[in-house]
Design a protein around this ligand. Structure first.
Ligand code: NDP
Length: 283
């Protein structure tokens, strides 16, 4: 069997690690908007440096994208459209909008190009280890014939039609952020009552109120590392906005949306999403 050639577009906090892992099993061409990052990637991991996104399309069978939103994805696909071939596969790992994924799937289908939406979860550290979860939507045949590529950077789960991956992803992040906010508010109340957050967490983490936020995010990324997880608040805001459009009469998302706005207003646009803990603690 001839091995597939893969292109990777978007070497940000997540993409740089994912492309490194894909390259362990497949010839991988890389491209990034800030070219120095692609040059560095190519030197460090011996990935193939593409001049532009057209070269990526020209030289590869499968193209992986890991970009901020569907807008950048649409722009990049537009730019390489003339070089896409029939049966080209695009794996979009962007946490995107499920309705936009359905639109893109229909558009690409006209040209015989196959799309999987495969947003990931796990953050930069799991991206580095190759142990991300990916939630994959699209035609089952396309999923099945590209499972080796998906497995090179993640543990994939097939979730049905294209768009479903992004639908699950935004709800997952609504749960992530809601858990973090409620845990932060609870710890603040206990702190005001005279109980140190560390002691409160020791109790909660052996009790029924524990979550990933109380066992890892708050003790490690907030308290030890000073709100440095590696996922920007702006990208979390996008996911919460997407989730709130999916929910009929959302009850919790509007509160989280207000809190995020205040956070970015008070602490800056480029803060890590875990900075919500600080916002709640300074009240
Ligand atoms: P980053 O901001 O670190 O990286 C974004 C990447 O997109 C960079 O390579 C950037 O290039 C590129 N980019 C931005 N704008 C454009 C543009 N107009 N044209 C071309 N390229 C562009 O984001 P992350 O890696 O954190 O996130 C990527 C995706 O993964 C997002 O959809 C996010 O929601 C999702 N995600 C993130 C997680 C995390 O913990 N960070 C976890 C799970 C999912 P440049 O280097 O030039 O800026």
């Amino acid at each position: 069997m001839i091995s597939k050639s893969v292109g990777f577009i978007g070497l940000g906090r997540m993409g740089r690690h994912m492309a490194m892992n894909v390259n362990k099993s497949f010839d991988t061409y890389v491209w990034n908007r800030t070219r120095d990052h692609a040059i560095e990637h190519s030197k460090t991991y011996e990935t193939k440096l593409a001049l532009d996104v057209k070269e990526i399309a020209f030289n590869t069978d499968v193209i992986i994208l890991c970009l901020p939103t569907y807008k950048e994805v649409f722009e990049i696909i537009d730019e390489m459209a003339e070089c896409l071939k029939r049966n080209h596969v695009i794996i979009d790992c962007t946490s995107s909008d499920p309705f936009k994924q359905i639109e893109l799937y229909g558009h690409l289908q006209k040209y015989g190009v196959r799309l999987l939406d495969a947003p990931v979860s796990g953050g930069p550290s799991k991206a580095n280890l190759g142990t991300l979860s990916s939630m994959v939507g699209g035609d089952y045949d396309t999923y099945h014939s590209n499972i080796d590529i998906l497995k090179s950077f993640s543990k994939p789960i097939y979730v049905g039609k294209c768009g479903n991956g992004c639908a699950v992803k935004c709800i997952n992040n609504l749960l992530n952020m809601t858990n973090l906010c409620v845990a932060s508010e609870g710890l603040k109340a206990l702190s005001d009552f005279g109980i140190e957050p560390g002691i409160a967490l020791d109790v909660i983490n052996t009790s029924s109120g524990r979550s990933l936020m109380t066992t890892e995010r708050i003790p490690i990324h907030v308290l030890e590392r000073g709100c440095d997880y590696g996922f920007s608040m702006k990208l979390m805001e996008k996911d919460i906005n997407t989730a709130s459009q999916l929910i009929n009469l959302p009850m919790f998302a509007p509160t989280i949306q207000r809190l995020i706005k205040n956070c970015m207003h008070n602490q800056g646009q480029d803060i890590d999403y875990t900075s919500v803990y600080r916002e709640i603690f300074k009240k």
